[in-house]
Design a protein around this ligand. Structure first.
Ligand SMILES: [Zn+2]
Length: 263
C-alpha cells in the first residue's frame, strides 16, 4: 500500500492469499521473447482494438444519478458518464484516425432496490480479509453471473463513502479492483468520472496474458500497478489529475494485451 496522508486513494486490492500470479510464475526476459516471437508468427501480435464487456450492478444506496422515470434496467447517468470517460481515455487517435484502443460496452445494467442476501450494501462495512471477505466476493460474483452471462468484468456501485475501514494512515479507499476476480467496486466517494477508467485499467493490466501486470512506468518497486506521473490516469490518487488525466500509448498497448481480448 502507498501512504497518502489525509487524502483518499483508490488502490487495487491486493490479497496475496488468492492472487492468481502465485500459480503462474512470471516469465523472465520477457521482452526479448516477445519481440523474437513477433518475427516468426502472429500469435503474440497485439490487437489494435478490443472490446471489454462490462456488467453493471447497482446496490441500494449507491448514488448513481438516476432519473425519476428510470426503471431498474436503465443505465444510470453516473454509470453512463463513467463508461463514456473510459471509452474516451483508453483510445489513441492520430489525425482523427484510431491508432489503438479499448471499447467498453455495458452488457447489462441492473439497479437493485432491495438488499441482496449475503451482500452488504454499504462498502464501509465490507469485511476486509478472512473467510467472510471471500464469501462476500463469491456472493457478488454469483449475483453478477446471474445478471450477465457474458461479461468480462462486474462493476458494483455501492453505498458508503469508502471501501472498508479508514486506513491506518487516515487515507481511505474509494474504489477497488480485485487481483484474482473480475470484480470492481465503486463507492459513493468515487465521484471523479475517470475513476472507473482507472479501475478498468487495473483490471486490464492484472489480466495481462503474459502476466506482465505492472504499469509501463511503475509508481514504486512495491507498487507496480500504478504509474509514477501525477497527471497520469494510473497515478495512485486522482488529486493531481488535470480535468482529463493523461495516458500513454504504452499503457493502451499494455491494456490491449489483457487476455480478455484473446479468448
Ligand atoms: Zn489504483
Amino acid at each position: 500500500m502507498i501512504h497518502i496522508k489525509k487524502h483518499s486513494n483508490h488502490d487495487s486490492y491486493k490479497d496475496d492469499s488468492y492472487s492468481f500470479n502465485k500459480s503462474q510464475p512470471r516469465k523472465k526476459n520477457h521482452k526479448d521473447y516477445y519481440m523474437n516471437s513477433n518475427l516468426t508468427n502472429n500469435h503474440f501480435r497485439t490487437v489494435k482494438a478490443g472490446t471489454l464487456n462490462v456488467c453493471i450492478i447497482v446496490l441500494p444506496g449507491a448514488k448513481v444519478d438516476r432519473n425519476s422515470t428510470d426503471n431498474q434496467s436503465i443505465v444510470p447517468n453516473r454509470v453512463k458518464r463513467d463508461i463514456a470517460a473510459a471509452n474516451k481515455i483508453w483510445k489513441q487517435y492520430e489525425k482523427n484516425r484510431l491508432i489503438q484502443g479499448v471499447t467498453f460496452t455495458i452488457t447489462r445494467s441492473v439497479v437493485f432496490l432491495e438488499n441482496i442476501s449475503g451482500i452488504v450494501s454499504n462498502a464501509e462495512n465490507f469485511p476486509i480479509g478472512g473467510s467472510s471477505h471471500l464469501t462476500m466476493v463469491q456472493a457478488m460474483l454469483k449475483t453478477g453471473r446471474k445478471v450477465c452471462q457474458n461479461a468480462d468484468v462486474y462493476v458494483f456501485y455501492m453505498n458508503g463513502n469508502r471501501f472498508g475501514p479508514v486506513n491506518f494512515d487516515y487515507s481511505s479507499t474509494l474504489a477497488v479492483t480485485y487481483n484474482s476476480f473480475p470484480l470492481i467496486i465503486m463507492t459513493n466517494a468515487s465521484t471523479d468520472e475517470y475513476l472507473l477508467a482507472h479501475e478498468l485499467g487495473h483490471f486490464m493490466f492484472i489480466t495481462n496474458r503474459f502476466n506482465e501486470t505492472d504499469d509501463p512506468e511503475p509508481f514504486h518497486e512495491l507498487d507496480g500497478n500504478h504509474n509514477r506521473t501525477p497527471s497520469n490516469l494510473m497515478f495512485p490518487t486522482p488529486e493531481f489529475w488535470p480535468i482529463v488525466p493523461e495516458i500513454t500509448s504504452e499503457q493502451i498497448h499494455k491494456a490491449l494485451n489483457s487476455r480478455v481480448f484473446y479468448s
